[in-house]
Design a protein. Sequence first.
Lengths: 557, 262
Amino acid sequence: MSGYTPELKELIKKVEATRPTRVERARKNQHFPALTMEQRKEWLNKYHPDYKSDGRRAVKVGPNKGEVFPEEVVNLLESRSRITPKDIDLTKIDYETDVLVIGAGGAGTSAALIAQENGCKVIVATKLRHGDSNTVMAEGGIQGADQEGDSPYYHFIDAMGGGHFSNQPDLVAALTNDAPLVLHWLESLGLMFDKYPDGRMLARHGGGTCRRRMHSAGDMTGAEIMRVLRDEARNRSEDIKVLEFSPAVELLLNNEGRCSGAILYNLETKEYYIVKAKAVVMATGGFGRLHIQGFPTTNHYGATADGIVMAYRAGVRMKDLDSTQYHPTGAVYPEQNVGLLITEKVRGLGSQLINIDGEEFCFPLEPRDIESSCIIRECLEKEKGIMTPVGRVGVWLDSPMIEALHGEGTVRKELPAKCIQFKRYGIDISKEPMLVYPTLHYQNGGLQINDKGETTVPGLYSAGEVTGGVHGRNRLMGNSLLDILVFGRRTGLNATEYIKTGVKGSRGQGVKLTLEHVEKFEKELKAAGVKEPVVGPMILPEYTPDHVKKRQWGVAC
Amino acid sequence: MAKDKKPIKPLATGDKTIPPEGAKMIPIYIMGREYMVPETLTIMKATEYAGYQYMRGCGCRGGICGACGTFYRFLGDYKLRSGLACQTVAQPNMVIVQLPFFPSNRPSYNLEKLENSPHEELRRLYPEVFKCVGCGTCTRTCPMDIDVMDYVALMKRGDLKGAALKSFDCVMCGLCASRCPAQISQFTAAMFVRRLYGKYILPTAEHLKKRVESVKGGKYLKMLEELTKKNTDELKKLYTEREREPDLAEPGKWMPKDASHL
């Protein structure tokens, strides 16, 4: 039984018809010509969502006023608060703590653990469950220079090169210096790393690495990291209180401009709570669920840019927020696999990208941003994409070529997880191609921080995907799991230091909490002529179909 | 706002389902109420198509976070089935309920200071594990196809390595625990056992320990600081001239020609 519809099966015949010739050419090392440097530039400018001027506009207010970001992001940066500040009595505190961590993925949880180890009481507020995050979805691994022939020095150079030298150097130095510490920490927490019998870590190459420093725990490294960190946080529940389904919706400053807590929203009872804290760590993750320009995403359900929205209102500057990583090959069929990442390895093993007529249209191993542009061009300009039954478009990724090139059984051996994920729906990817299209994968930009994890607002720290600068405008595989842990730990530690060095003064008692920054921001919105701003943060994505919406009579928003 | 310029409209539509004209519609029963949804959707997307906006019961949407454990039956069929809502295709006459949370037993412990041997600790914290009646319902229930009963048996026997490896794919959805007649929280016990295995049974990485000492001694700080001061051209040169460790080199044996930055 094949999972493809009869119509799609008919189209696959065209791929099969040209396959023998293409395999023959590939054997002779004859490939579709790669783009020239000039073409690359043109393709990027015309088709890559990051470069196109359509779908982007300048933000009218706030610390990055005048800078151009994707429209979906700007709409939220220019959003109005969910609350009315003047109606809220900020002297009635519901929770008081040393450190408030907003977000409970890998970055937030590691910040909480380290702050607790240094004597702090911690509250972790999270929108969904503890651990619902992009962290759990990271399959590939975590980088760290622990092998004898490697060092943070080389890791630094790799990360900078991968980011087209646009990374913030002090952050890259922190990232690469701390990497062995992070691996060791995880090992001591009982993480099941892939190891040789003598305990040596298995280390592989990743895209753009000059040394083998990709460490893994099966093909679910992120999930293993998350469940270990979460388990440890639960062991320390006397000091680390986790409030699930309670997203922060607004930061609180004090009369000295220091970040001093947040307002939380109980999604179930719809109550708001006031949390007073001596320091705050923002670790809310990325924005994939904004579906920039309609793209599907590999991100989890909660990736809606909440942290950016709150922090922006509180005056935090954003860095590289116009830069998004699109992975060229996300599955678009079957429907249940939409957004599923099809690893670069598939093309590394020789699969080509094929259009509706069974033709090659690009070199299959261009850099990620270029490859994405080629696919978008083929579908939207050349109109040679393949339409799925539910109206998505994609191109073929001809995985059966791998069997022809490397022998029968190679697909199963080299891509076991992908085989299972398609077999489940009646598709044997060693015999039939996959349908793919670029998918929104990673938020490169975010809150501007320094190597201590400090933002431009005192008392507000930030770590992980919500920040910008660590990876520049392009991230290497294996550096995001590392990023969340390095900066999660650093923010936990530095927030503690900040509290310890100034408690008796302004950071402790006797300060007044305020939401004046929110009122001021809304005045700015008005002055800038932003009409009917949306309400932010978004909190939950909405996939309600139109036929249902039309019947939701009387629902205001 | 000037909105004359029409952006090129990508046909991809995020996660919102737009069925093609003439799509076959099938009846499903979400908590007993009938909805017509296009075929081929997952239970999760079918539920959204029906008009639900998830708050609980939805996480990664990729089969790894365990938020969307689901039970279902087909009308007229006695058999209770289970799966993850984001991975299971909705079929006609499915009667569906998700289980976004299940109370589980999870005693706290200090991994650094175990009071007994690992196996004894398991017995102390999870005595109920040793009361497994061997019915196999957990195994039949697991949406990840883990042989849960088997790893419970390994735990009882003291084969913690076996139990850790066998339970490794667990997404901690809790469906196993919800069906256990012996009231075992298999998935939390397995989490404990995996950490015991990772910390006390799996050998530690000696090369990593050494590297950590160097990092803690500040060995790389100066090197890294020098790098942060280099301009793009200097970095580009270092980047393009760097040696690449061969893919098949013996682990830990390969050395670059210039060892001054190790």
